[in-house]
Design a protein around this ligand. Structure first.
Ligand code: MTE
Length: 358
C-alpha cells in the first residue's frame, strides 16, 4: 500500500546552529490550528465514564473549546519559578559538551517558553503545570532495568549517571498538537542504556514507565486515564543514534515540569512518545501498548512518526507553529530526521501501510 511518507522523501535542509535568541519574546501568537489534546481527551474520557460516549462520539469535535496558547501559559506562570534546583545532586555534570553533529535549521526556543508551556498530565491537563510539578521529589529516584535482560537491576539515578557519558544535543521537538520547539537537551544516547542492560536475543521492544505516585502527581487521581504513563520503542529505534535519554535542558538539570530526572527524546516522533520521569525500562518480546494508544489508539498510535502528509483525524499536520514565533512552517517528514531514521521503517511500509503513523 502506498503511503504519504513514500511519496514525500525530501532531503533535510540543515545549517549551522543558531544562537539562543536574547531579545524579548513576542508574546502574541496566532491561535493554534490544532485542537488541544488535553481538552479533547478530558471531555472524551468524561463522556465515556458517563456512558454517553457512543451516542455522542461522532459529534465530539464540535464540543471542543479553544485551548491555552503559550502566551496565556506564560502570563499564568511566574518568571522566576522554572523548576530549576540549585540543590540538584547532578548539578556538577552541567554544562556538558555539545555534540556538533546535530545542527538546527531554526533558532532555539526561549528557555522560559520551553519550561513554562508543558504537557505533563500527571500534574493536570493545562499547559501551565510547571508550579504544580514542583512537588515531584527527585531523590531518592531509582530506575529499574528489567524483563528480557541478562541481569535485571535497579539503579539509583546518580549511579546510572556515573555509568554514561553526558553530551548536549540541539533537536527539534514536534508535538502532535502541531506546535513545535527547538531545544538543547543534555543527556546520553539511549544505546548506552541498552548496552548496560544487555538484552537477551528474544527482546524486541523496550517499554518505559513513568513514576506512579498519586500523592506526588495528583493528575494520576483522574481515574479515566490508564496510569502510569507508558511508552515503547523497538530495540532498533532505541539504539538509533538519535534516541536520547535527557537529564537536562539549556545546560542545566532538567526542570521537573520537563520530566526530571530522566526522560526520553525521540525527535523524529510526535512529542507524546517522549515519556517523562522514567522509573522503568522493561525489555519485552511483545509490542507494548502505550498510554495514549490505550486512550485512543486510532489517533495516537505506537509509531507516531512525524509526517506532514498524514493528518491527525481532526486536524492537518502539514504545518506547525514554533512556540514564540509568529507564523507557521512546513512540517518536515520525520521532523527533518529522515536521513537518520527512514531505514528503520523501510520494511514496515509494505506490511503495515498507513498504520505506520498510528
Ligand atoms: N510524559 C508523561 N509522563 N506525561 C505526559 O503527560 N506528555 C507528552 C510527553 N511526555 C507527557 C509525557 C507530550 S504530549 C509532550 S508534547 C511532551 O511530553 C511535552 O514535553 P515538554 O513539556 O518538555 O515540552
Amino acid at each position: 500500500m502506498k503511503t504519504g511518507m513514500q511519496k514525500n522523501r525530501r532531503s533535510v535542509p540543515v545549517r549551522k546552529s543558531v544562537p539562543v535568541p536574547t531579545g524579548k519574546p513576542r508574546w502574541w501568537i496566532p491561535e493554534s490550528e490544532a485542537t488541544p489534546e488535553a481538552v479533547w481527551h478530558d471531555r472524551r474520557r468524561l463522556l465515556r465514564s458517563m456512558g454517553v460516549y457512543g451516542a455522542l462520539g461522532a459529534s465530539l469535535p464540535a464540543l471542543v473549546a479553544c485551548g491555552e496558547d503559550e502566551s496565556q501559559a506564560a502570563e499564568n506562570n511566574s518568571q522566576n519559578n522554572l523548576g530549576l534546583s540549585s540543590e540538584d545532586p547532578s548539578l556538577a555534570l552541567y554544562p556538558a559538551g555539545r555534540n556538533e553533529k546535530y545542527v538546527l535549521d531554526r533558532a532555539l526556543t526561549e528557555e522560559r517558553i520551553a519550561t513554562t508551556y508543558n504537557n505533563f498530565y500527571e500534574f493536570g491537563s493545562s499547559k501551565s503545570i510547571h508550579k504544580r510539578a514542583q512537588r515531584l521529589q527527585l531523590r531518592p529516584w531509582e530506575v529499574a532495568i528489567e524483563g528480557l535482560v541478562e541481569k535485571p537491576q535497579v539503579l539509583a539515578i546518580d549511579d546510572l549517571f556515573r555509568q554514561v557519558a553526558f553530551e548536549e544535543r540541539l533537536y527539534r521537538h514536534r508535538c502532535v498538537e502541531a506546535w513545535a520547539m527547538a531545544v538543547p537537551w543534555t543527556g546520553f544516547p539511549f544505546a548506552q542504556l541498552v548496552a548496560l542492560a544487555k538484552p537477551l536475543e528474544s527482546a524486541r521492544y523496550v517499554r518505559m514507565t513513568t513514576l506512579l505516585d498519586r500523592e506526588m502527581m495528583p493528575g494520576q487521581k483522574a481515574a479515566w486515564y490508564p496510569w502510569p504513563y507508558v511508552e515503547g520503542l523497538t530495540l532498533e529505534e532505541a539504539t538509533n543514534e538519535l534516541a536520547f535519554l535527557a537529564t537536562g535542558i539549556y545546560g542545566k538539570p532538567m526542570p521537573k515540569q520537563n520530566g526530571a530526572p530522566l526522560r526520553l527524546v525521540v525527535p523524529w516522533k510526535y512529542g507524546f512518545k517522549s515519556i517523562k520521569s522514567i522509573v522503568s525500562f522493561e525489555f519485552t518480546a511483545e509490542r507494548p501498548v502505550s498510554f495514549w494508544e490505550e486512550v485512543q489508539g486510532a489517533e495516537y498510535g505506537f509509531w507516531a512518526n512525524v509526517n506532514p502528509e498524514v493528518p491527525h483525524p481532526r486536524w492537518s499536520q502539514a504545518q506547525e507553529r514554533m512556540l514564540g514565533v509568529e507564523g507557521k512552517r512546513e512540517t518536515l517528514l520525520y521532523n527533518g530526521y529522515e536521513p537518520e531514521v527512514a531505514s528503520l521503517y523501510a520494511g514496515l511500509y509494505e506490511s503495515e501501510g498507513d498504520r505506520l503513523y498510528r
